[in-house]
Design a protein around this ligand. Structure first.
Ligand code: FMN
Length: 170
């Protein structure tokens, strides 16, 4: 836990080549536009999140890559560790999901949404899939740059979640 606020949005990310990390950071900036609520955002790598972090949050943004047509390993491990400790205790909280993918992303999204449905979380908008169009081995393993326009979508989603919470919509 990095923050002593009891009214935070928790952004949980995993990334190997930087794309999802940049998306998570953009979403965190969007949440931080909510200046009336200090310490509004906590952003943590999937490996560092425990059930106390989860239970204390008002809402969630999950950001991760698709790998081998699935949720990336550390993100899956986060869900595995925290699913039952949180089950029945976070129902109806709002969430958003953002996937970074080479050319697809749909399977990772389906898996992530299925888990969040099990938790009975409420999606605040359609998930974002951002494609980096890496094809060759070299391109797939290279650091990723997310376009300004795509980062803006992540920022807007963070702003939407915090503003919706502040206004009591979510
Ligand atoms: C081992 C591995 C498997 C991958 N499998 C998929 C895949 O199934 N579908 C897809 O769209 N992209 C796939 N990719 C591409 C990544 O999703 C893409 O490079 C993404 O931008 C990585 O996000 P990151 O920069 O946050 O790590 C794969 C990448 C790696 C390294």
């Amino acid at each position: 836990m990095q923050n002593n606020s009891d009214k935070y949005i928790l952004i949980i990310w995993d990334s190997m080549t930087g794309g999802s990390k940049a998306m998570a950071q953009a979403a965190a900036q969007g949440v931080s536009t909510d200046t009336e609520t200090p310490n509004r955002v906590i952003i943590l790598h999937a490996d560092d999140v425990n059930d106390t972090d989860m239970l204390g949050a008002l809402g969630y943004i999950f950001v991760f890559p698709e790998r081998l047509a699935a949720i990336s390993g550390p993100m899956k491990s986060f869900f595995d560790r925290n699913y039952y400790p949180c089950l029945g205790q976070i129902e109806a909280r709002p969430y958003a999901m953002m996937i970074c993918a080479g050319s697809d992303g749909e399977n990772a999204l389906r898996q992530g949404m299925r888990i969040c449905q099990g938790w009975r979380l409420k999606p605040v908008q359609k998930a974002i899939i951002i494609k980096t169009y890496a094809q060759t081995n070299e391109e797939i393993l290279a650091p990723k740059t997310i376009s300004k326009g795509d980062l803006q979508k992540c920022y807007d989603l963070g702003a939407l979640l915090t503003n919706g919470l502040s206004m009591g919509i979510f």
